[in-house]
Design a protein around this ligand. Structure first.
Ligand code: TRP
Length: 364
């Protein structure tokens, strides 16, 4: 086993990966592979919270996402890319953790509240919907990670995880309830109190116009039809960028006190993807002064995005033609995930005095 610090993160398979996923998390996932022993979870059970009647689509999304991740450079010989539902410990831990969290505390989670609102779930969501937030605590804790890199929207889930960790360690491991978070492990807690680590770009905006209600640009997402995907052909990327919204009162883009991202996705995209900071700054000034127009800035953006996407698109094609290889990578990762998660569950069960028998989990 590796002695590098351990890292856990996850993503819900909702369809193909877009540039928002890349800057929000995946770029980070790829870069962290050398410094951490990485476990990357495909949260297929979370997909059932809103799509329980679409099992085939969920399966296709899992394969699509795994294909995207391998194409982006997640290396199965370094990192464990694994399927949530094939790691039974996660479910078992979820049940025990759910007993330590007041129901009302789970429902107060702002990420859940937002999802209920944005997806129009009203009071029709299934019992499993709030349960998934507890499940996410188990996703994390099963790996006792040192680091959990996530997008900003996941912070409330991580806060719930921190709370249930303290509760577990205090209730079952004799950790003092006033112990500092960083001391829990040393004091005998089974679980470390994790700290989130947020991606470089917290929320990438989509290509469309601002919301009529709020005046703010909307985030890049599949359902809003404002995204660029890693299997978009060059012509498609060009078309999307040429057609993207730009602030008609262009000067506002660089008004002091107004964030570019709030007004003009063209500059938000450059800031997120164009590593030539000097180019971005000088052209922003020229743009504000009316010396350069949308066409030039869009042309450069097309170039920048195509440079990022092109090698990934190539590798994606390779894996998309070899679903057997993708499944092999997932199996390898899932087997490794089970080793760590089983070890964690034994420790947790021992702490809870429910360690009656040993067992092994074996994939076939
Ligand atoms: N809820 C996360 C998302 O929607 C995915 C996820 C599931 C996750 N389990 C996790 C993220 C554990 C970090 C840690 O993208």
């Amino acid at each position: 086993m590796s002695n590098r610090p351990r890292l856990l993160s996850g993503i819900t398979p909702t369809g193909k990966m877009h540039l928002g996923h890349w800057v929000g998390a995946i770029e980070n996932w790829v870069n962290l592979q050398n410094d951490f022993d990485c476990f990357y979870l495909l949260a297929n059970k979370h997909a059932f919270t809103t799509r329980a009647n679409q099992p085939a689509e969920i399966r296709a999304s899992v394969m699509d996402l795994a294909t995207d991740l391998l194409a982006c450079g997640i290396d199965p010989s370094k990192s464990a890319l694994f399927i949530q539902s094939e790691v039974p410990c996660i479910d078992e831990l979820t049940f025990f953790l759910s007993m330590l969290l007041p129901f009302n505390r789970v429902m107060r989670n702002p990420t859940l509240a937002e999802e209920i609102r944005d997806k129009g779930l009203g009071d029709h969501y299934p019992f499993g919907f709030p349960l998934y937030a507890v499940g996410q605590c188990a996703d994390i804790l099963a790996f006792r990670p040192d680091v959990v890199p996530v997008g900003e929207d996941q912070v409330p889930h991580l806060e719930l995880c921190r709370e249930v960790t303290r509760k577990f360690n205090v209730t079952y491991c004799g950790v003092d309830s006033h112990a500092r978070d960083e001391d829990h492990a040393r004091l005998g807690g089974v679980f470390p109190v994790i700290r989130p680590r947020i991606g470089r770009v917290k929320r990438l905006v989509g290509l469309g116009a601002p919301s009529a209600e709020t005046g703010q640009l909307l985030k890049m997402s599949k359902s809003l039809n404002n995204a660029i995907y890693f299997d978009d052909e060059p012509g498609e990327i060009e078309k999307k960028i040429r057609g993207m919204y730009t602030d008609p009162k262009r000067l506002r883009a660089t008004d002091p006190g107004e964030t570019d991202a709030g007004k003009n996705p063209l500059w938000a995209m450059h800031e997120a993807f164009n590593s030539d900071v000097a180019w971005v700054e000088s052209h922003k000034a020229q743009y504000a002064a009316g010396q350069v127009g949308d066409v030039v800035i869009k042309k450069k953006l097309i170039e920048v995005i195509e440079t990022l996407v092109s090698p990934i698109r190539e590798r994606r094609r390779h894996y998309a033609a070899r679903p057997g290889d993708v499944l092999d990578a997932l199996k390898l990762g899932t087997a490794r995930a089970n080793v760590v998660a089983e070890e964690t569950l034994s420790l947790a069960k021992a702490a809870m005095k429910q360690d009656y028998f040993g067992r092994v989990v074996e994939l076939r």
